[in-house]
Design a protein around this ligand. Structure first.
Ligand SMILES: O=C(O)c1cc(C(=O)O)c2c(n1)C(=O)C(=O)c1cc(C(=O)O)[nH]c1-2
Ligand SMILES: [Ca+2]
Length: 704
């Protein structure tokens, strides 16, 4: 017995039953390539909607649905699970773990969920409040549920642990990480027995603040190797250090290793975090572990001294690649920092790396070690000056999955350009409970303030597919999109690529040259990756529709430049003989501008802006302009009266809908300052937004 079990063998031999999609990236290699070819270049133009299922959450949908023997298991926003007849879209059962509404603000980036794992008749998924749940795949009944966050993780006022990534299963162990590095967190992953839910091992990705044993699998490597790369007294000792594993965890049966994609530092500010000293292992790294024990095997650090939110959590893919006449089993990786890495999957040896998007923070990688050659100006926490970084905190590529086609030899990356203005917090590191704690000036970061700089920033926003040739380490061709934050990619044996876009269109492209062969109006922005499967012998392509995630939350109104849609979250599925026609017409005007109160106290609006940017902007949009996912506060009824506003923001009248109460963070005067600021912003922008609704695309001509 090699410990794989029947499901492990089925995933390893996925191509023997290509009708299923049994794990997040379809195979352990996470290539997101399906050999199915009933739908191909010659007939994809006839693709039709086969069914759709409206979801009960109109927020970001990032899930990869699994399909096992004709049943689809889809996770949706607020950590809900739905089992659906994959041929008809009929709901078979659903499971709501009842995540408390007031914890939406404990995560940085929308209450999303990226998917489930399947093993031996059970489906597994994580919840935003930190649980891992196993359900009977047939009935949807609870088998077990565990809290993945240990008490010793110190869930304190400044710490936060949320789970939104898909669990992966290696040799009967369910492995799951979490998010939280924007608030304060110490990253770790846990492995649970798939049958019983019993904790098997745990691995912390950054050292114990006192360099003491955690009695975890990571103890020896952290104490012997990692601790020396941190200053002993930096803010990380209180703030956790970061390194959350919030997305990619991959088991590779060829090397028999588990790979973790490790996230950014906490706080972001390297000067405050580690007194400007050390590489800070294992931030921005891939770490390889033994699946049975969690024992450390190797690591490769992509971003030493992280200060840009350059997570290496982005999808880890393995493939066999001819390099200098020899086939090597490698990891290919396109993390946020903008470089495409090829790494030996067994040893972690750096083979090569090249930027797949424009980058200004490094001029390249050292050809021997793979260490970035820094632009000194990019080390803004050391220079003390502002830095307009490309990529910015959202990366050249974020959670949207890339795909590889063994037929073309190309990797297809949903790439983007979203700059970020990095500005240090002055006067030392000051954390705020329940807020992003970056060590950056929240009034100045992100998007530049002056109208000219803002216009230039909008011009810099870009989104496209890079077809990347890993053998040449060069771009083969590209498909341009309207803007950033488009969906993940699926490649198929029909020589097709499928991708949903931020502007609400679903497309099929020719995998050999990018020609646009099919598009469908899904009416709402798509950020999730499509899957394909067979039901009753017929090929379907399906995707979750729903606009959200961090991009529209934080960029707010500017995110509309990717294509304005109003969110109606759904699962949609296509086949060549689909009969479900176009989607029904829905409200396509979004949150309509409502004439605001005329009066506001201009002595209070500056502090209101400060409080808003600190506590509200990450969800309700920079400078109070919404992007159509959560309520646009400029037009909210509650800004019309001081008490009404305080009931929502201070006392939590809307906690059931995901709006936490903030009376523990701000006093009534500060909350009223925010209301005054919102009325000011509503007056400044009302006419522009009314006029914008008359444009065909609903986007203001003058942004900002
Ligand atoms: O540092 C972290 O712990 C953390 C967590 C998450 C998350 O859990 O979703 C994101 C990020 N960082 C992040 O940097 C990021 O760009 C991001 C985008 C998204 C998303 O789902 O839209 N999540 C996250
Ligand atoms: Ca982060």
């Amino acid at each position: 017995d090699d410990g794989q079990g029947a499901t492990g063998e089925a995933i390893i031999h996925a191509d023997d039953h290509p009708g299923n999609w049994m794990t997040y990236g379809r195979t352990y290699s996470e290539q997101r390539y399906s050999p199915l070819d009933q739908i191909n270049r010659s007939n994809v133009g006839n693709l039709k909607l086969a069914w759709y299922l409206d979801l009960d959450t109109n927020r970001g949908q990032e899930g990869t649905p699994l399909v096992v023997d004709g049943v689809m298991y889809a996770t949706t926003n607020w950590s809900m699970m739905k089992a659906v007849d994959a041929a008809t879209g009929k709901l078979l059962w659903s499971y709501d773990p009842r995540v408390p509404g007031n914890i939406a603000d404990k995560g940085c980036c929308d209450t999303v969920n990226r998917g489930a794992a399947y093993w031996n008749g059970k489906v597994y998924f994580g919840t935003f409040d930190g649980r891992l749940i196993a359900l009977d795949a047939k009935t949807g009944k609870l088998v077990w549920s565990v809290n993945t966050i240990p008490p010793e993780a110190e869930l304190g006022k400044q710490r936060s642990y949320t789970v939104d990534g898909a669990p992966r299963i290696a040799k009967g162990r369910v492995i799951i990480g979490n998010g939280g590095s924007e608030f304060g967190a110490r990253g770790f992953v846990s492995a649970f027995d798939a049958e019983t839910g019993k904790l098997d091992w745990r691995f912390f990705t950054v050292p114990n603040p006192k360099n003491e044993p955690d009695h975890a699998a990571s103890d020896s490597v952290l104490m012997n190797k990692a601790y020396q790369t941190w200053s002993p007294t930096g803010a990380w000792t209180r703030q956790g250090g970061g390194g959350t594993v919030w997305d990619s965890i991959v088991y590779d049966p060829v090397s028999d290793l588990v790979y973790l994609g490790v996230g950014n530092g906490s706080p972001w500010n390297y000067k405050y975090r580690s007194e400007g000293k050390g590489d800070n292992l294992f931030l921005g790294s891939i770490v390889a572990l033994k699946p049975e024990t969690g024992e450390y095997v190797w690591h490769f650090q992509e971003t030493p001294m992280d200060q840009w939110d350059f997570t290496s959590v982005q999808q880890i893919m393995t493939l066999d690649l001819p390099i200098n006449g020899e086939t090597r089993h490698v990891i290919v990786h396109a993390p946020k920092n903008g470089f495409f890495y090829i790494i030996d999957a067994k040893t972690g040896e750096f083979i090569s790396g090249k930027n797949y998007v424009y980058v200004n923070w490094a001029s390249g990688l050292d050809p021997k070690t793979g260490r970035p050659i820094y632009n000194p100006d990019a080390l803004y926490t050391l220079t003390g000056k502002e830095w307009y970084g490309i990529p910015g905190d959202l990366g050249g590529h974020n959670f949207a999955a890339m795909a590889f086609s063994p037929k073309t030899g190309l990797v297809y990356i949903p790439a983007q350009q979203v700059p970020f203005l990095y500005t240090n917090q002055v006067g030392g590191f000051t954390p705020h409970p329940d807020s992003w704690n970056l060590g950056l000036d929240m009034n100045k970061v992100g998007i530049p303030d002056s109208p000219e700089a803002k216009q230039a920033f909008v011009k810099d926003l870009k989104g496209w597919i890079v077809a990347w040739d890993p053998q040449k380490q060069a771009e083969a061709w590209r498909v341009d999109h309207k803007g950033p934050w488009n969906g993940g990619i699926l490649a198929t044996g029909g020589d097709l690529l499928f991708q949903g876009l931020a502007n609400g269109e679903f497309h099929a492209y020719d995998a050999t040259n990018g020609s646009d062969l099919f598009h469908f109006a899904a009416d709402s922005g798509i950020i999730a990756p499509p899957v394909t499967y067979l039901a009753n012998g017929k090929q379907y392509v399906a995707v979750e529709v729903g606009w959200g995630g961090i991009y529209p939350f934080f960029l707010g109104g500017l995110a509309r430049t990717s294509g304005w849609t109003v969110n109606h979250s759904r699962i949609i599925a296509f086949s060549l003989d689909g009969k479900s026609g176009p989607l029904p017409k829905q409200n396509d005007q979004g949150f309509l501008p409502v004439k605001p109160p005329a009066q506001f106290d201009s002595k209070r609006t500056d502090n209101g802006y400060f409080q808003f940017q600190t506590y509200c902007a990450a969800c309700h949009g920079d400078n109070a302009e919404g992007a159509g996912v959560l309520p646009d506060l400029r037009w909210s009824g509650s800004i019309r009266h001081e008490d009404a506003f305080y009931n929502v923001v201070g006392r939590g009248a809307l906690t059931a809908y995901g709006m936490d109460r903030f009376d523990g963070n701000m006093n009534p005067t500060e909350i009223e300052d925010i209301r005054q600021f919102l009325i000011k912003r509503a007056n400044e922008t009302y006419q522009r937004e009314v006029d914008a609704r008359k444009n065909a695309d609903g986007i203001p001509e003058q942004l900002p």
